[in-house]
Design a protein around this ligand. Structure first.
Ligand code: NAD
Length: 488
């Protein structure tokens, strides 16, 4: 998309009811992470403008809930078709604002489309229950009702996939939605809404968009018109949202960060484990909640694994995300600074850098938020790098002597989202799966969840869970009807 297109998208960034409106709050620069230049200044919605979007969603709520799920499924298929038909331009917007390589951006757009198609399939599957009554002449009927108005608050690492992961289930189950994209990457979401406004036939108010950062998000959370906050982002933001939502007993679904361990057991096939961990650490420049953030390798394999891993990361192509790179820049100056600080702290605690360590050398990397793939050795289980989410291309590798030790180190975390196990020993795998306190475990493979499974964090990685049947039903509440028809 051209610079003019981004400027135009920013002019009227709020979609409320069925109309575009300007936002009058603080403008926030969306920065191209390769060129370090603003793509656009996107104004934020004020609290009053956020309220107007909630009012539109609230006004549309009852009529939308009264439509048949089959009609709602048809609307979702229309949205999915729209995404599919505009795959390239949406992916291009993702490359511009996130800095992810084009194939990854196209993959994200495809995932977004498939998430909507999967949710649409639930249009004919929503089931209730019929139970016997307490007395003769009575049956009890349990049915699924929508929650109401959902505030969908999204992060910057997968702007469109995370958005559609929320939109699909929320809409097919009969909720109306106000979306707030991350202030770091709002352009792809505005672009999608432009397509929806122009081509889709959703009734006015069912889907609304507000831009802005923390204050706009907080206004949505605090408002009594919000029935549910579906949030994906940092754990500290999740805690603030849960505290604020308590005031109105607003439901929350929180998908938060992770510190995934990758356990490479003694008998692991390194031809599988090395490339799988390299991808699991470097996809989207390490900015994925399921990324392998710490690698625990059996001592007998430590040297061989490390040598092969280092040579694999050194052969990754770092560079312009539009020109065949495996890894682009980090999304922002803040993410780069956070990654650099994590490496500096690890070094000060005694870790040694085997490769990388900071900005890659050369003129091509003088501008932009670049961080070289970095491998750390001589780490201990106590170091900060083994506990705080890095969200950048840094791999600490720790030797472990036993499966019990690996499990104990893996579980010694506030997070509990994803974990990886590499082993051909059935018993070791099953013992580890049973013992790990993580919501999503990958065995002998790299990252990438299935949209019909369940994506959920234990501990401080979240409350709720998305995808599949269980994620979808979270956007409903159970209503019980006692049918007393009596007896003659
Ligand atoms: P963030 O928490 O900084 O921001 C996420 C969203 O919350 C943004 O839209 C932001 O404007 C908004 N926000 C900030 N403060 C708010 C407040 N007080 N009230 C309401 N909204 C507020 O997160 P981020 O930096 O955009 O994303 C990175 C984080 O997201 C990482 O921790 C990552 O692991 C996590 N993440 C988790 C998943 C998952 O499915 N579990 C997926 C992607 C990202």
């Amino acid at each position: 998309m051209s610079a003019e297109t981004y400027t135009r998208l920013a002019e009227e960034p709020l979609y409320v009811g069925a109309g575009w409106r300007p936002a009058t709050g603080e403008p926030i620069a969306v920065v191209d992470p390769v060129a370090e230049r603003p793509l656009a200044q996107v104004p934020s919605a004020t609290a009053a403008e956020a309220r107007a979007a909630l009012e539109a969603a609230h006004a549309a709520r009852d009529a939308w809930a009264a439509t048949s799920p089959i009609a709602r499924g048809a609307q979702l298929r229309e949205l999915a078709d729209l995404i599919g038909a505009h795959r390239d331009e949406l992916a291009d917007a993702l490359v511009s604002e996130v800095g992810k390589p084009t194939p990854q951006a196209l993959g994200e757009v495809q995932f977004a489309e498939e998430l909507l198609r999967y949710s649409a399939e639930w249009d004919r599957r929503m089931e209730g229950e019929i139970l016997p009554g307490e007395t003769a002449g009575e049956v009890v009927h349990l049915l699924r009702a929508p929650v109401g108005v959902v505030a969908a608050i999204c992060p910057w690492n997968f702007p469109l996939a995370v958005l559609c992961r929320k939109l699909g289930p929320a809409l097919v189950t009969g909720n109306t939605v106000v979306v707030k994209p991350s202030e770091v990457t709002p352009l792809s979401t505005i672009a999608l809404f432009r397509l929806i406004a122009e081509h889709a036939s959703l009734p006015p108010g069912v889907l609304n968009l507000v831009t802005g950062g923390r204050e706009t998000g907080a206004a949505l959370v605090a408002d009594e018109l919000t029935s549910m906050v579906s949030f994906t982002g940092h754990k500290d933001t999740g805690k603030a949202i849960m505290a604020a939502a308590a005031a109105n007993l607003t439901r929350v679904a929180l998908e938060l960060g992770g510190k995934a361990p990758a356990i490479v057991w003694r008998d692991a096939d390194l031809d599988v484990a090395v490339p799988a961990v390299v991808t699991a650490r470097h996809h989207n420049a390490g900015q994925v909640c399921t990324c392998a953030e710490r690698v625990l390798v059996h001592e007998e394999l430590l040297d061989e694994f490390t040598d092969r891993y280092v040579s694999a990361v050194e052969s990754l192509r770092i560079g312009d995300p539009r020109r065949g790179a495996d890894m682009g820049p980090l999304v922002s100056a803040a993410q780069l600074a956070k990654t650099e600080a994590a490496v500096a702290t690890a070094r000060s605690e005694g870790a040694s850098v085997v490769t990388g360590g900071g900005r890659p050398p050369g003129e091509a990397f003088a501008t932009g938020y670049w961080h070289a793939p970095t491998v750390l050795r001589d780490v201990t289980a106590q170091m900060r790098i083994m506990h705080d989410e890095t969200f950048g291309p840094v791999t600490p590798i720790l030797g472990i002597g036993s499966l019990d030790e690996a499990i104990a180190v893996a579980n010694d975390s506030r997070y509990g989202l994803s974990a990886y196990i590499f082993s051909r020993d059935y018993q070791a795998v099953m013992r580890t799966v049973e013992a790990l306190r993580f919501g999503e475990i990958y065995i002998n493979r790299t990252l990438g969840e299935s949209l019909h499974a369940h994506h959920s964090g234990f501990g401080e990685s979240g409350i709720g869970g998305e995808d599949g049947k269980w994620g979808l039903l979270r956007y409903t509440q159970i209503k019980t009807a006692y049918h007393h028809y009596g007896q003659d």
